[in-house]
Design a protein around this ligand. Sequence first.
Ligand SMILES: [Zn+2]
Length: 77
Amino acid sequence: MKSISRCPYCGKEMHLGFIHQDRRALKWIPEEKDKGPFLQMFSKGIKLTDSLTTSSVEAFYCKDCEKIVIDLEGNTR
Ligand SMILES: [Zn+2]
Protein backbone atom coordinates (compact mmCIF):
# COMPACT_ATOMS: atom_id res chain seq x y z
CA MET A 1 0.00 0.00 0.00
CA LYS A 2 1.24 3.43 -0.89
CA SER A 3 1.02 5.55 2.22
CA ILE A 4 1.94 8.80 0.50
CA SER A 5 0.23 9.83 -2.67
CA ARG A 6 -0.88 13.30 -1.63
CA CYS A 7 1.58 16.12 -1.22
CA PRO A 8 2.07 16.96 2.48
CA TYR A 9 2.51 20.61 1.50
CA CYS A 10 -0.39 21.34 -0.83
CA GLY A 11 -2.52 18.17 -0.60
CA LYS A 12 -2.56 17.51 -4.33
CA GLU A 13 -1.88 14.12 -5.92
CA MET A 14 1.84 13.38 -6.24
CA HIS A 15 3.55 11.59 -9.08
CA LEU A 16 5.24 8.27 -8.26
CA GLY A 17 8.69 7.73 -9.68
CA PHE A 18 12.03 6.19 -8.90
CA ILE A 19 15.50 7.39 -8.04
CA HIS A 20 18.13 4.93 -9.18
CA GLN A 21 21.48 4.72 -7.52
CA ASP A 22 24.65 5.08 -9.52
CA ARG A 23 27.60 3.01 -8.30
CA ARG A 24 27.11 3.47 -4.58
CA ALA A 25 24.00 2.84 -2.51
CA LEU A 26 22.01 5.98 -1.77
CA LYS A 27 22.03 7.01 1.84
CA TRP A 28 20.67 9.93 3.80
CA ILE A 29 23.32 11.14 6.24
CA PRO A 30 22.54 13.66 8.98
CA GLU A 31 24.46 16.91 8.61
CA GLU A 32 26.47 16.42 11.81
CA LYS A 33 27.63 12.93 10.72
CA ASP A 34 28.46 13.84 7.15
CA LYS A 35 32.11 13.38 6.19
CA GLY A 36 31.73 14.19 2.50
CA PRO A 37 31.31 12.02 -0.59
CA PHE A 38 34.50 9.97 -0.33
CA LEU A 39 33.89 8.79 3.23
CA GLN A 40 30.13 8.35 2.90
CA MET A 41 30.35 4.57 3.36
CA PHE A 42 31.70 5.16 6.88
CA SER A 43 29.03 7.69 7.83
CA LYS A 44 26.01 6.43 9.73
CA GLY A 45 22.74 7.22 8.02
CA ILE A 46 19.56 5.85 6.55
CA LYS A 47 20.10 3.56 3.59
CA LEU A 48 17.74 4.31 0.72
CA THR A 49 19.07 1.70 -1.69
CA ASP A 50 21.27 -1.36 -1.54
CA SER A 51 23.85 -2.15 -4.20
CA LEU A 52 22.92 -5.85 -4.23
CA THR A 53 19.17 -5.98 -3.72
CA THR A 54 17.30 -2.70 -4.20
CA SER A 55 19.09 -0.31 -6.50
CA SER A 56 16.29 2.23 -6.65
CA VAL A 57 13.96 3.97 -4.24
CA GLU A 58 10.37 5.05 -4.74
CA ALA A 59 9.88 8.79 -4.59
CA PHE A 60 6.84 10.99 -4.99
CA TYR A 61 7.13 14.28 -6.79
CA CYS A 62 4.88 17.33 -6.52
CA LYS A 63 5.23 19.54 -9.54
CA ASP A 64 3.47 22.49 -7.93
CA CYS A 65 5.62 22.60 -4.79
CA GLU A 66 8.75 21.25 -6.48
CA LYS A 67 9.24 18.74 -3.67
CA ILE A 68 10.30 15.11 -3.79
CA VAL A 69 9.16 12.93 -0.89
CA ILE A 70 10.67 9.54 -0.12
CA ASP A 71 8.53 7.32 2.08
CA LEU A 72 10.84 4.95 3.91
CA GLU A 73 7.98 2.69 4.91
CA GLY A 74 7.38 0.26 2.07
CA ASN A 75 10.79 0.84 0.56
CA THR A 76 12.80 -2.27 1.43
CA ARG A 77 16.34 -1.65 2.50
ZN1 LIG B 1 2.53 20.06 -3.40
